[in-house]
Design a protein around this ligand. Structure first.
Ligand code: SF4
Length: 511
């Protein structure tokens, strides 16, 4: 039997299950990585994401070669011809691949007509297997993340004191919502990497692509190897984690990363492993006496949200990806693809940042971008498509559930217990964006009224009946009683007029 290993671009891990299975015969085992353009025909991607993945793949291939594997690195339009050629050339009888996390590619793989046996190995990049997650869902009325997260803390014995959470509480999120107002916040600068020869070559390739991509290339300074990803993690734990918690939700003009870890791009392509992140953070907590709210906040993102989003993505039916509970059908406006057209300062700041780097932190994603899309009634699938195209850490498994379920409540409450809809009040409290905006966050009607306000009340009123069925919405909906029918009619009209003048779709948008 001649074994060949196919490493996909999002599993660049020396502990990859297929590599592990052939550790004792490296020099006789052939490994292939294929840099293909297939995906670019399906959707757009941020230029920096393409650089990250292709450069990381090239570096990983070189590392495997130095480690004694027989490596073939193919660059092609379509992955299939080089794959078949390599199988024939090396006389491969068994092809080992890690089970693709992305459902669309999994079905492509399962339908391939290969001249050898295909051995699909379990994905070892999540802490919960799909089967374990399915067991957790059984006999549950609701699949709320908080209970899954608690089960994860117990299962992996993280921040536990026997059967109880360290500090007595499972979740310290309430301590992590400090507004930035009146404070001079100066987070440490994030670690940056100067592109080496390989990355420079990939940047030139992406610059010359003749397919449409999103964002800018100029400021590419992400790491592209495991060694660099570990430096980012160490730097976060040393300099950012101690004060990560309190201002986790704050947004400040010019401070694009705040105290956030910036590890998701590496974690999602296998350069970092979730358990090593969690354990290093927990060790730092014990050894350096860090604040529990900072440590628990970070661990909840990796052990809670990341695992949960993946579990739900694998759990739901295909129908989930077409869900549109509110029936929202406004096309994605042009300014999502061109930040210079965004007049609202919060959207402008966030979209510029995303164009420049492929990154925005979770509150910019949830409470600025998704919140606007939700209350303005944008089509959920177009919004999800944009998120996938715009972010450096975006993959089908994380964006479908995050955007459709959490951001837009398009699944009607499978994932979130209520829609994350908010007026300008939230953004005004948690950011300094409103001070530099042409709109007034205190007004809900009139020429200078903030669109977050009239869209918010318009949204609540339009969907009042549906939202009544969501237990946690009752108190919020009560506020509608304070708005007179005359003012509500003005709000609806202003939302309609403003959308007509300001939400024109892009002519080039791919849906
Ligand atoms: Fe955003 Fe409204 Fe504040 Fe302007 S006033 S920054 S549009 S929330």
């Amino acid at each position: 039997m001649t074994i060949g290993i196919w490493i996909l671009g999002d599993r660049l891990d020396h502990n990859h299950a297929a590599l592990q299975s052939c550790q004792d015969r490296k020099s006789q085992t052939s490994v292939i990585l294929i840099e293909s353009l297939n995906y670019l025909r399906e959707r757009w991607y941020h230029k920096q994401k393409l650089v990250l993945i292709w450069s990381a793949m090239r570096h990983f291939a070189a590392e495997l070669e130095r480690d004694g594997w027989q490596v073939k690195y193919a660059i092609a339009d379509d992955f299939l011809p080089p794959l078949l050629e390599w199988i024939k050339e090396r006389d491969i009888t068994e092809l080992r691949v890690m089970n693709p996390v992305e459902r669309p590619f999994r079905s492509v793989l399962n339908q391939l007509d290969l001249p050898c046996q295909l051995e699909i190995l379990p994905d070892n990049h999540f802490l919960w297997s799909t089967e374990e997650f399915e067991d957790w869902t059984k006999n549950r009325k609701s699949l709320i993340m908080e209970y899954f997260y608690r089960a994860g803390r117990q299962k992996f014995n993280i921040l536990m004191n026997g059967d109880s959470p360290i500090g007595g509480k499972w979740n310290l999120d309430k301590e992590n919502r400090q507004p930035p107002k009146g404070k001079k916040l100066q987070p440490p600068n994030p670690l940056k990497f100067t592109p080496d020869a390989i990355t420079t070559e990939v940047i030139a390739k992406v610059r010359n692509l003749n397919t449409t991509t999103h964002g800018k290339l100029e400021s590419f300074n992400w790491g592209v190897t495991r060694a660099e990803a570990l430096q980012v993690l160490d730097d976060f734990i040393d300099r950012r984690l101690p004060t990560f918690g309190p201002y986790q939700d704050a947004m400040v003009t010019g401070q694009t990363t705040m105290w956030h870890a910036l590890i998701s791009p590496y974690l999602n392509i296998g350069l970092l492993n979730p358990l090593e992140i969690i354990q290093r953070v927990e060790t730092a907590y014990h050894n350096r006496d860090l604040d529990l709210n900072s440590v628990e906040g970070l661990i909840r993102q990796v052990l809670g949200w990341r695992e949960y989003m993946h579990g739900i993505y694998q759990h739901v039916d295909d129908d989930y990806f077409h869900a549109n509970w509110f029936g929202h059908d406004r096309p994605l406006p042009a300014f999502f693809w061109d930040a210079s057209q965004a007049k609202m300062n919060c959207l402008h700041q966030t979209l510029v940042q995303v164009e420049d780097s492929g990154y925005a932190h979770h509150i910019q994603r949830l409470m600025v971008l998704s919140n606007f899309a939700l209350i303005a009634g944008l089509n959920p699938q177009q919004v999800e498509n944009w998120f996938h195209a715009a972010f450096i850490d975006a993959y089908d498994w994380v964006m479908q559930t995050n955007v459709l379920g959490m951001g837009l409540f398009a699944d009607g409450g499978i994932l979130a217990s209520k829609p994350y809809a908010a007026s300008a009040n939230y953004i005004n409290k948690m950011s300094d964006y409103c001070a530099g905006c042409q709109y007034d966050p205190k007004k809900r009607t009139g020429e200078t009224a903030c669109p977050f306000n009239f869209f918010y009340w318009d949204f609540l009123d339009r969907h009042q009946e549906k939202l009544q069925s969501q237990g946690r919405m009752g108190l919020i909906l009560k506020h509608l009683d304070n708005i007179s029918p005359t003012e509500m009619a003005t709000i609806h009209q202003q939302a309609t007029d403003w959308a007509r003048s300001n939400l024109a779709p892009a002519s080039r948008a791919r849906e």
